[in-house]
Design a protein around this ligand. Structure first.
Ligand code: ZN
Length: 134
């Protein structure tokens, strides 16, 4: 027997179907969870300057900025300190690492959970910079 025509209500996977208050709570919880996991994956450091951070002063940075078409995927999130986050602003990772190769070097070392495309880009930008300097 085929179950194709049996009506099954779709289970809502997104918080869209939930009440507004619940939705906000859920997303805040989710955010906290994501922040903590990212923080842990980055070794409790700022991935750009390498200084140790407390969870309270760490900020989440989108490696590929949201304003340039990046997303909220875990592979695009790293922990960063406030000054580095501000320094990076909405620069693309390639431009940022080309400008500040020390940030790229630390990024390769500490941003372990980041997407490998981003890592590859960082490596390329840093090595390009040093090739040009030599
Ligand atoms: Zn930093």
């Amino acid at each position: 027997m085929s179950y194709r025509n049996v009506h099954r209500p779709a289970i809502s996977r997104s918080p869209r179907g939930l009440a507004r208050s619940h939705r906000r709570m859920l997303s805040q919880q989710h955010k906290r969870h994501v922040k903590r996991a990212t923080f842990r994956d980055c070794g409790r450091r700022c991935v750009y300057c390498g200084t140790f951070l407390g969870l309270d002063i760490a900020t989440l940075d989108h490696v590929h900025p949201l304003s340039r078409g990046g997303d909220d995927a875990p592979g695009n999130l790293v922990a960063a300190c406030q000054p580095c986050n501000q320094l990076k602003g909405s620069l693309l990772p390639i431009d940022f690492f080309a400008k500040y190769p020390w940030a790229g070097a630390n990024f390769m070392r500490y941003a372990r959970a980041v997407h490998r495309t981003l890592k590859r880009g960082a490596r390329r930008a840093v090595s390009l910079h040093y090739a040009r300097a030599a």
